[in-house]
Structure formats: C-alpha cells, structure tokens
Design a binder for this molecule. Structure first.
Ligand code: GDP
Ligand code: MN
Length: 380
C-alpha cells in the first residue's frame, strides 16, 4: 500500500526526520489560509500516488496567499496520470541548496533492507541510476544488527556529503530506518532530501510503501488507504479476504490457491481466451466467500463466462459444490458457469452440480476449452 506524501511526512515527523511546515487541504480557500499562516510564500503539491508530479505540473510555487489559492484551484482540478487530485499539501518554501536522494528498500537480491543514497537527487533519480550508476551508493543493512552509525558515516562519505551536515544526516537516516522497520515498509524514500541556504537538512518529499501483508498489525495505517488507486472490486474483495486482481479479458476465474489460479489463467490464454481476473479464494472457502467471489466477478460487465477451478484437498469437493449452489441461488445470473472439480469427493461434487445444469469438466484443459468456446459466443 502506497502512502501519500503528506501521510509519509507525518510518519517521518514522528521519527524526528525534519519536514517543512505545512498542512494538507481539500479546497483552494484552505490553501490561502495555510499560506497566510506560513508567511505567504508556499509550495502547492498535488497528493496523488504517482511519481513525477513536478514534471506533470502538479507542484507549483506561490509567492503569496492569493496566488496560493489560484494555483490550488488549478491543481485541484487536475488529473495526473489518470488519478484525480483530491488533496493538496501546502508547505512552506524551502531555499534549496543541494538535492540528495535517500531511500531504503527491501532488496530481494540481498534479502535485506538496502539503503540507497545519491548526491544527484531530485526528479530524475531513475535516469541517474541508468546513465551514471556510479553516482548511486548502496549499502545492505543486516536487519538483526540494525543500522549502525559507522554505516551512516560510510554513506555520507559515499555521497560526498559536506561534514557540516553529518550530524543532521545521522539523525535523519536513523529516523528513516526506524520508520521503515517499525511500519513494515517495503520502501521509505526522501527525494529530494535537501540542504538549505540556512545549512539545514530537510525532507522535501516523502514516500512510503507499506507491506500489505503486515497491515493487520497496523490498523492505523490501513485507514490511510487511498481508494482511488485500487479498482472498487479489489477493495470489496479485500473485505472477504479474497486475493483479487482485475484484468481485461472476459473469462471470470474463481480458483483456490494462487499457483493454481495463475496456471488456470495461463491455460485459458493457451486456448485463445482472456482471463477477466485473477482470483484466489483460498483453502476451505465456504459458501459466503464463494458468493462474495461470484458477485465480485459478475460486477465486471465484460465477463461472459465464469470458470471455477477447485482442487479439493482438505476441502471436500461436495462441500465446495454446495457452496457454489448456495452462491448461485444468492447471486442469480444468466452467465454460464463452468466448474472443474478434482480431489476429495469430486464425483459427489460434480453430480450435485450436474443436476443444476452447470457445465462440469474433469480436467482443466476441458474446462478451459469449454470456457473459451462460450466466451466466443459458442455453444457447448
Ligand atoms: P515529485 O516530482 O513527485 O517527485 O515531487 P517533489 O516533491 O520531489 O518535488 C519536485 C521538485 O520540486 C523538487 O525536486 C524541487 O526541485 C521542487 N520543490 C519542491 N518543493 C520545493 C520547495 O519548497 N522549494 C523549492 N524551491 N522547490 C521545491
Ligand atoms: Mn520527489
């Protein structure tokens, strides 16, 4: 889950990472008021969960409260890379001297957090990484030992940070690391971390990504979720503990197990069809989960057929079949349903469904072929 800049800054603030004075606003008149409180000159920053807001015109400097209101009106009317701007952050202006990049990610190759720093921070860090990778300093951090002060000094040396800033940098990176660890982040990033004409270091931008699998132990963070980013169906699915990802095809899929769900999608493609979604209902899903899944699949008007692929292990296929029947009574639909059941009590499960005029198949290949045929308007 990505956090907005203003949300990430609030978290950074709790870890003593200095941030500019400022507040978030939903309407332009509020921006004017905040600008007055901050002494007139402010920066108006669109709060959308995409990078490159500056280049898209979503970050503008205002010289007085009236201009702050004008620019706020403009920015609040914008859409940046498809996302509507609903909030703006109004921050005091900072007199930038140098822009530094400082971030921590979970690195799969190192299998530990890695601190990334560069003296060439600002808006084009991806380009820097590609064209002049030697300007990027990386240091893996053993999570059991934590981030040590000597490592922070190595990083400061690595990016040629003037000595006068080392003390501030030490405090900032310690704070950033703690914010990263304690919030189960997969990314905590400051770009740019700036030095100012007044010789202060301050986090001008902030970005955090929280590991979705840890959200159960961060209920306060879960509330920060931006509902514009995920499709509504994905949010609905989360409520029922379903892993659902909307795709562009017309064959709705309901499968137990993530690997089997992916295999199902592959086989559909193999026979020339296109899956409408990825959906893993998990093991031992009962009727309520099955009907929620069915409703979510059917909320997509493109879906022409539903393929249910269940491998019964601990879950008994006759139980699953009953669940499907209850769900289909719940959610009435004209859309054909193809079911492939294998495993424990598969025979019983299939005969329960056959009575109900549902297409059943013994193999995944058959089920996929039938589904693709039906999705192309054919009859079985
Ligand atoms: P991003 O484009 O989405 O990464 O947004 P940032 O918050 O990183 O802002 C982009 C750029 O705007 C920064 O690299 C700065 O150059 C500039 N900027 C942002 N805030 C200020 C500010 O307070 N003062 C000045 N002078 N420039 C700013
Ligand atoms: Mn930035």
């Amino acid at each position: 889950m990505k956090l907005h800049e203003y949300q990430s800054k609030k978290i950074f603030d709790r870890y003593d990472v200095p941030i500019p004075k400022g507040r978030v606003a939903n309407i332009a008149s509020e921006a004017k008021q905040i600008a007055e409180e901050l002494g007139g000159r402010v920066v108006i920053k669109s709060q959308v969960l995409v990078g490159g807001r500056g280049k898209a015109g979503g970050i503008r400097l205002a010289k007085d409260p009236n201009q702050a209101k004008e620019l706020a009106t403009e920015i609040l009317g914008m859409e940046i890379k498809g996302l509507p701007v609903r909030k703006i952050l109004v921050d005091e202006i900072v007199n930038i001297d140098q822009e530094i990049y400082l971030g921590i990610i979970n690195d799969r190759n190192y299998r530990m957090p890695v601190v990334i720093a560069s003296a060439a921070g600002g808006v084009d860090i991806e380009e820097v990484a590609e064209i002049s990778p030697e300007k990027i300093y990386k240091l893996p951090i053993d999570p059991l030992l934590g981030l040590q002060d000597f490592q922070i000094r190595d990083i400061a040396l690595g990016i040629d940070l003037p000595r006068e800033y080392w003390k501030q940098f030490l405090k900032i990176l310690r704070g950033l690391y703690l914010a990263f660890i304690e919030n189960d982040a997969t990314l905590a990033e400051i770009n740019p971390l700036v030095t100012t004409k007044e010789k202060k270091m301050i986090a001008l931008d902030a970005k955090m990504i929280i590991d979705d699998n840890s959200l159960f132990r961060h209920p306060d963070l879960m509330e920060l979720k931006d509902l514009d980013v995920d499709a509504p169906a994905e949010i609905e699915a989360q409520k029922y503990g379903l892993s659902f990802i909307k795709l562009d095809g017309d064959i709705g899929c309901m499968v137990n197990g993530a690997g089997l769900a992916m295999a199902t999608m592959d086989i559909i493609s193999q026979f020339g069809g296109q899956p409408a979604n990825f959906l893993d209902i998990g093991g031992g899903a009962g009727a309520p989960k099955v009907s929620a899944a069915l409703r979510i699949i059917l909320s997509d008007p493109k879906v022409k057929v539903i393929l249910i692929n269940i491998f019964g292990g601990i879950t008994r296929c006759d139980e699953v079949a009953k669940g499907i029947l209850v769900a289909l009574r719940d959610v009435k639909t004209e859309i054909p349903v193809v079911v492939r059941l294998v495993g424990t009590n598969a025979e019983e499960g299939r005969s329960l469904l056959a009575d109900q005029n549902i297409q059943t198949a013994e193999t995944l290949v058959d089920a996929a072929k039938i589904s693709v045929l039906l999705s192309n308007g054919g009859e079985k």
